[in-house]
Design a protein around this ligand. Structure first.
Ligand SMILES: Cc1ncc(COP(=O)(O)OP(=O)(O)O)c(N)n1
Ligand SMILES: Cc1nc(C(=O)O)sc1CCOP(=O)(O)O
Ligand SMILES: [Mg+2]
Length: 509
């Protein structure tokens, strides 16, 4: 059988003869993450771990020759741009991208390399304005470090507010988003904080500083990993947090390597599959956000984390139903985890929740009430299920102090990490497959991603939801999640008892 084609990612960047950064780091990253890398070299730098001896810009015709050759045969799924050595190169690449984008929509990630981590200047003076005017409008993401942010914005970047202001300023040049990497300074000691600004919203991703000498090529590796994840179909926020985890893993596992007399390259150590490498998504409601001038005092009055555990990590078959009648039918079949999801809240909503809670007590169910957290508290339900948006407005303190369990929906890595900060009782991951029950377009995870997410939290209750049928359930369970949530596989089945029995047997095994 023919294998699906590996995504193709181009890097338009400089060569680092020392093999730690530039094109060399990019190719290692692409290969590590399952992509095919192509290169268009902008400059040959003569460097080693101790510094840059010379930078030899490639003539602009040679650069364009490479790009044209790639365009004829190896069209990209994403492009990473690194060092552009002079204004001719900026203009030539910009013109090329205009032509390419006219025939193919392709995400462009630009790492505005200007200063090497050794402190050496790598690019011609005065190209900043040209880059902002010509290249930024073509970029989906720009990933400056703090030096590059300061260089481009011509503004101070000494604290969180200044970084946010400078990112907002650069965003007005027309790029879709910026990820400002904070490795060169610590706003809060011991932490490395990156800011993602997309024109509407700022997100801080916090990682622990790894005490390693081997940091050469971290910026190149981060931007090429983002390009690779984008080529693999990850949405921007997911690509950023998984790429940050990839670099963090490389720093952690690469710290013992010894190559050359100076700082060695960051490691390229495979897919990040340990939660310890993933950033903490800062929540504006938590006290810690004060360090980043990001604190929402009003939100803090409703904020809580560390919700009670469920009695098991394997919640098993988890039907989501819209009526008390269905609840009772399924409880009678021996189902133990259930959700009441009422979207047509009429005047009798309280009565329905009360009845549901009574049935839950009678059958000793783990019964979660979707959305209606106030009623769930008032009626003494076992737990509440909330979506990401609900987390901004629900009174989590009240839910927690009433002793209710909390389940949270997530759609992708970013939301998983965000929801994890609340330490809920379980996390739901969806939508695994397309479903007719709810419009989940653009949020489908598939089995491979589900398995990658499940690997991050092996000893925590995880629930998979969305488009799961009796036929698909075995592959879902094989990813390691302990629970399968379904609507139509049961309520739409010709024989719901048969469907329950089959799904229960799949979950039990
Ligand atoms: C187990 C489980 N997972 C996800 C959802 C979706 O919840 P939410 O995001 O709140 O969306 P609605 O269900 O309210 O449409 C769920 N209900 N249950
Ligand atoms: C209610 C719901 N939430 C989802 C999510 O991904 O958050 S998917 C979904 C619908 C699940 O229904 P079915 O089992 O019929 O596909
Ligand atoms: Mg909801």
């Amino acid at each position: 059988m023919q294998q699906p084609r590996r995504p193709i990612v181009w890097t338009i960047a400089g060569s680092d003869s020392g093999g730690g950064a530039g094109i060399q780091a990019d190719l290692l990253t692409f290969a590590d993450l399952g992509c095919h890398g192509c290169t268009a070299i902008t400059a040959n730098t003569a460097q080693n771990t101790t510094g840059v001896a010379s930078i030899n810009a490639v003539p602009v015709e040679v650069l364009i020759d490479q790009l044209n050759a790639l365009q004829r045969d190896l069209l990209p799924d994403a492009i990473k741009i690194g060092l552009l050595a002079n204004s001719e190169q900026v203009l030539a690449v910009t013109e090329f991208l205009h032509r390419l984008k006219a025939i193919r929509s392709v995400p462009v990630i630009y790492d505005p390399v200007a200063v090497a981590s050794s402190g050496d200047t790598l690019t011609e003076d005065g190209i900043g304005e040209l880059v902002l005017r010509e290249l930024f409008p073509l970029c989906d993401l720009v990933t400056p470090n703090l030096h590059e942010l300061e260089w481009l914005a011509r503004a101070p970047v000494g604290c969180a507010t200044q970084i946010q202001n400078a990112a907002q300023l650069l965003h007005t040049s027309g790029c879709r988003a910026l990820l400002v990497t904070g490795g060169h300074s610590e706003i809060n000691p011991g932490e490395i904080a990156d800011l993602l600004w997309d024109g509407v919203r700022g997100d801080w991703f916090i990682g622990d500083r790894v005490d390693s000498e081997n940091t050469h090529g971290t910026g190149c590796t981060l931007s090429s990993a983002i390009a690779a994840f984008t080529a693999l179909g990850y949405p921007l926020r997911d690509a950023c947090v998984v790429a940050k985890a990839y670099v963090q893993r490389g720093l952690r596992l690469g710290q013992g390597d010894s190559i050359g007399a100076g700082p060695g390259p960051v490691g390229h150590c495979g897919w990040p599959d340990e939660l310890q490498d993933f950033p903490r998504v800062l929540l504006p409601q938590e006290e810690h956000a004060r360090h980043y001038d990001y604190f929402d005092a009003d939100g803090n009055s409703l904020f809580a984390c560390d919700f009670p555990d469920t009695d098991t990590n394997e919640l098993g078959l988890y039907p989501v139903v819209d009526s008390v009648e269905w609840l009772e039918r399924l409880a009678a079949e021996g189902v133990k985890t259930l959700q009441l999801r009422i979207k047509d809240a009429g005047t009798d909503l309280r009565t329905r929740v009360e009845r549901a809670v009574a049935i839950g007590r009678q059958y000793k169910l783990r019964l979660f009430i979707n959305d209606h957290w106030r009623l769930a508290i008032e009626c003494g339900a076992y737990g509440v299920h909330l979506g990401q948006e609900d987390l901004r407005s629900a009174d989590l303190k009240a839910i927690k102090s009433a002793g209710l369990k909390l389940g949270i929906s997530t759609h992708g890595f970013y939301e998983l990490l965000r929801a994890w900060r609340y330490r809920p009782s379980y996390l739901a991951i969806g939508a695994i497959f397309a479903t007719g029950t709810k419009d989940m377009r653009g949020q489908l995870q598939g089995i491979d991603k589900l398995a990658r997410m499940a690997a991050l939290l092996p000893y925590f209750p995880l629930v998979a939801i969305g488009g799961i049928s009796v036929e698909r359930a075995p592959a879902v369970v094989a990813t390691g999640v302990g629970s399968v949530a379904v609507v139509s596989a049961i309520t739409g089945a010709a024989d719901y008892r048969g469907a329950v029995a089959k799904l229960q047997s799949i979950c039990d095994h």
